[in-house]
Design a protein around this ligand. Structure first.
Ligand SMILES: NC(=O)c1ccc[n+]([C@@H]2O[C@H](COP(=O)([O-])OP(=O)(O)OC[C@H]3O[C@@H](n4cnc5c(N)ncnc54)[C@H](OP(=O)(O)O)[C@@H]3O)[C@@H](O)[C@H]2O)c1
Length: 274
């Protein structure tokens, strides 16, 4: 049986359905399962990852684990080491590999260190920015046909969370002979914010105006809904991205399937912007 933590999240939600579609037995773990509306074939354990009782219940009978880093993951990991889990895939972050040290990168690195020391097959996925992050533009696009963003011409290679799920499913179902494996993951193409906005405008068939935000203004706005250390990390990473060339690591090399483009993602999520 596979246990998917973060099962209602961007990646976990798709991973649950991908594993089911491959005739695997799946258990979902999260605090609010109603957000996932899982098929009845999915076993669900409700609880906080920091709760040992919930962790034991979630891990019972599990061989393969998809793990998200979240507060309390260290406690959960102690229970993993006492369980029958024999392979793990950790969703980490490209922030770990960045040339600039950040609070966020340090958090992910600490979890990677735990997982990569496991006495069984351990794989780490290090995705860059998710395409899903552009959903935060939706309300302003709906209301005024505007996107306000800093660094409009810095190119990144955003990745579709469904491709991260495909990579995770592949690694879970084909545990590596290499005991500790690290896989960077991006989308298939370098795209600036300006190009992403242009693609969205084409897909939605409406003009979208891009207004450049100063770094200071963008940081001030983001601090309203994210902790200061996380905001500082994100901006340090964006500044580094502006200086360095982003390498492309599409999912294709693992699954042989073509990586989803931003145009495909935008088509599939157009309802969220209308
Ligand atoms: N967005 C990006 O650009 C990006 C880039 C690189 C790496 N990442 C990493 O990707 C991860 C996020 O993945 P995602 O977007 O798929 O997830 P997400 O959409 O942020 O959802 C988080 C999931 O974790 C569950 N969860 C949160 N706290 C929990 C707790 N205390 N106990 C049990 N479950 C808990 C949530 O469900 P409940 O609320 O129901 O519990 C939900 O299913 C983060 O580690 C992030 O750093 C993101």
């Amino acid at each position: 049986m596979y246990l998917v933590t973060g099962a209602t999240g961007n990646v976990g939600r798709t991973l649950v359905t991908d594993l089911l579609a491959a005739d695997e037995t799946v258990r979902a773990f999260c605090r609010h399962p109603e957000r996932g509306s899982f098929p009845t074939a999915v076993d669900t354990v409700v609880g906080d990852i920091a709760d040992r009782e919930a962790a034991r219940a979630a891990l019972r009978g599990v061989n393969g684990l998809f793990l998200l880093r979240m507060p309390g993951v260290e406690t959960f990991w102690q229970e993993v080491l006492r369980s029958d889990v024999r392979s793990v895939v950790l969703l980490s972050s490209a922030a770990v590999a960045s040339s600039v040290p950040t609070y966020m990168g340090d958090l992910h690195r600490a979890t990677e260190d735990l997982v990569l020391a496991a006495p069984f097959s351990a794989s780490v996925l290090r995705p860059g920015a998710f395409m899903e992050n552009t959903l935060r533009w939706a309300s302003l696009i709906q209301a005024r046909g505007v996107v306000r963003a800093p660094f409009p011409d810095v190119a990144a290679a955003p990745v579709d969370a469904r491709d991260i799920a495909s990579a995770a499913a592949h690694l879970l179902r084909h545990p590596t002979a290499v005991r500790a494996r690290i896989e960077p993951l991006t989308g298939p193409e370098l795209l600036s914010v300006r190009q992403q906005v242009e693609i969205l405008a084409t897909v939605l068939n409406r003009p979208i105006r891009l207004e450049e935000l100063s770094e200071e203004e963008a940081e001030r706005q983001m601090r309203r809904y994210a902790p200061a250390e996380i905001v500082a990390s994100l901006f340090a990473l964006m500044r580094a991205q502006a200086r360095e060339l982003t390498e492309i690591h599409p999912v294709t090399r693992m699954t042989a399937a073509p990586a989803r483009t931003f145009a495909t993602w935008a088509e599939d999520h157009r309802h969220a912007f209308m």
